[in-house]
Design a protein around this ligand. Structure first.
Ligand SMILES: Nc1nc2c(ncn2[C@@H]2O[C@H](COP(=O)(O)OP(=O)(O)OP(=O)(O)O)[C@@H](O)[C@H]2O)c(=O)[nH]1
Length: 515
């Protein structure tokens, strides 16, 4: 039946166990059992007609149990103004839940025959249960919950499934490391071997005993995590983690892990935890005596919390350093991305849009013009005799001319006139939704400015450049694609070259001639 998944509990509270395991548990003659008095108390607790007197009367049959109830009722946990001396007084002070807890806890500890204990460390087992129960009670009180009694009981009984499993499957816990501080190791081992964990087995056992449904449910869900558990179970789960840290050989480490989680899930800060641990230190000895459990090893909560906070601080520092490093890496990548993005769109020499981006842009504008049946014009500009310029004055001067021409072109750009360097000494302007008259006007303005503006100076002499310009215009959907539009503008530019350069030509493919 191996599976690492926890076995589900049905919404009605009936625990479903893997069939094979259930049979073995039912056949086990040494399962943990409860004395008759306790079984009577459970039955009374379930009965709506039973009074506290009935409960007290039942309990009085067991003088040792009655003595423990009186001790608890008169202990600091209940801060009594006046000591009570009768069982009914103790029961009414403790309430039903706490009475049930003592009866169950004491009945189980006293009734369980340790000769049936195989691999479990019973001292550690009951110490964990007791610290969890006390911590759960304190957490509930500090967070102003009203169900402190039942939380105490659930926390105390949450691991009874381990007793049942240890009695039924003697080899199961043999694989555990001797000092298994971490309860999750136990849970993982059980899930691997049984397909469920001891929370399910414990809930099943509690159900067999006839314990109230809220206790069965609480035990069944005691292995949820702080982030996934119900509000109801949060105190129990947090209390179990506190107990694990308390009993750990290196408590500062689990407490450092626990501090931020308590703050996040229960708004419980380190001062609250300090108070809780101090209260635990003072409550634990009397309660351990009450339940006849070996006193847990001495624990310096102040020192453990101090070390936990130091660990947490060091951990946060490391985290901040790692975060800062990640932020810098991200910044570097963002910068590189921007740079690459710029390179993809822009020409390195002139800073204008490059050919690839101009084609992409024209494509988009072409599709829009087609869809909306609007106009679109392309102006193709080629600087004249540029080779001569390079040959005569050098490549660097050629570059300077290209940069200055780009500056001149930039002066014409707007949302209505977009453009860039198409390649070499060729430039392109794109005019969305513009009539041909508008395109001609822009081309003429550019030519005039070019004639008026020297593009370089050599030995005090200014150098002027001219350009041959071709215009293509789509007015009524007559082009197939954007490339055809560039091709026609290019043809117009060649006609201008053939016509003697330094001129503008509007080539109409429909007429097949210059206009
Ligand atoms: N300095 C410089 N020259 C370039 C650059 N890109 C292309 N050229 C040069 O531009 C020149 C273009 O020459 P051609 O295609 O013969 O054109 P042209 O000399 O302008 O002659 P026409 O177009 O017929 O007027 C070539 O010599 C290219 O090397 C550049 O980035 N910088």
């Amino acid at each position: 039946m191996p599976s690492s998944q926890p076995q589900p509990v049905s919404p009605s509270g009936i625990v479903t166990l893997p069939a094979e395991l259930k049979t073995r548990l039912q056949d086990c003659p040494t399962l943990p059992s409860l004395p008759n008095v306790v079984m009577q108390v459970i039955a009374l607790a379930r009965s709506p007609d039973a009074s506290l007197h009935d409960l007290a009367h039942s309990l009085e049959q067991d003088p040792a149990l009655t003595a423990r109830l009186l001790a608890l009722a008169n202990s600091v946990l209940y801060s009594p103004a006046k000591a009570t001396e009768s069982c009914v007084g103790a029961v009414s002070r403790l309430g039903l839940d706490a009475t049930l807890s003592v009866a169950l806890g004491f009945g189980l500890i006293k009734g369980h025959d340790r000769r049936h204990a195989w691999r479990l460390n019973y001292d550690h087992f009951w110490q964990r249960s007791l610290v969890s129960a006390l911590a759960s009670h304190r957490l509930a009180t500090q967070t102003e919950r009203r169900d402190t009694g039942s939380l105490f009981t659930i926390a105390l009984l949450q691991d009874i499934g381990m007793l049942a499993l240890d009695a039924t499957l003697p080899e199961l816990y043999a694989e555990l490391p001797t000092q298994a501080d971490d309860h999750s190791i136990v849970i993982e081992l059980e899930r691997q071997h049984l397909g469920c964990d001891h929370a399910c087995v414990g809930a099943w056992l509690a159900d067999q005993w006839g314990l109230p449904e809220r206790l069965v449910d609480g035990i069944a869900n005691s292995h949820a995590t702080l982030s996934t558990c119900s509000h109801q179970n949060r105190c129990i789960i947090a209390a179990s983690l506190i107990a694990d840290a308390w009993l750990s050989t290196t408590p500062a480490i689990p407490f450092a892990d626990l501090l931020p989680r308590l703050l996040h899930h229960l708004e419980f800060d380190s001062a609250n935890l300090g108070n809780l641990l101090t209260a635990l230190e003072s409550d634990l000895p009397s309660l351990a005596r009450l339940f006849e459990i070996t006193q847990p090893p001495a624990f310096d909560s102040h020192q453990a919390l101090l070390e936990a906070k130091q660990l947490l601080h060091a951990h946060n520092l490391r985290l901040n350093e790692a975060l800062e490093q990640q932020r810098q890496e991200l910044e570097y990548l963002r910068h590189r991305h921007e740079l690459l993005d710029h390179r993809i769109r822009f020409d390195a020499l002139t800073g204008l849009y490059n050919r690839a981006y101009l084609e992409e842009l024209l494509n988009e504008l072409f599709l829009t013009a087609k869809r909306e049946r609007s106009a679109l014009a392309v102006i193709f500009i080629d600087l004249d005799h540029f080779k001569q310029l390079n040959d005569r004055y050098g490549h660097r001067l050629g570059d300077e001319v290209l940069e200055n021409f780009a500056e001149l072109l930039r002066g014409l750009l707007s949302t209505q006139v977009q453009g860039g360097r198409y390649g070499g000494e060729e430039f392109l302007l794109i005019l969305p939704d513009a009539p041909v008259k508008q395109a001609k006007l822009v081309a003429e303005t550019m030519s005039r400015r070019l004639a008026d503006t020297p593009m370089a100076t050599v030995d005090g002499r200014t150098i002027h450049v001219t350009a041959s310009i071709g215009i293509a215009h789509m007015g009524c959907n007559e082009f197939e694609n954007a490339h055809d539009l560039i091709h026609v503008a290019d043809q117009g530019m060649y006609m201008a070259k053939r016509g003697g350069r330094a001129r503008i030509s509007h080539f109409s493919p429909a007429a097949g001639k210059r206009q």
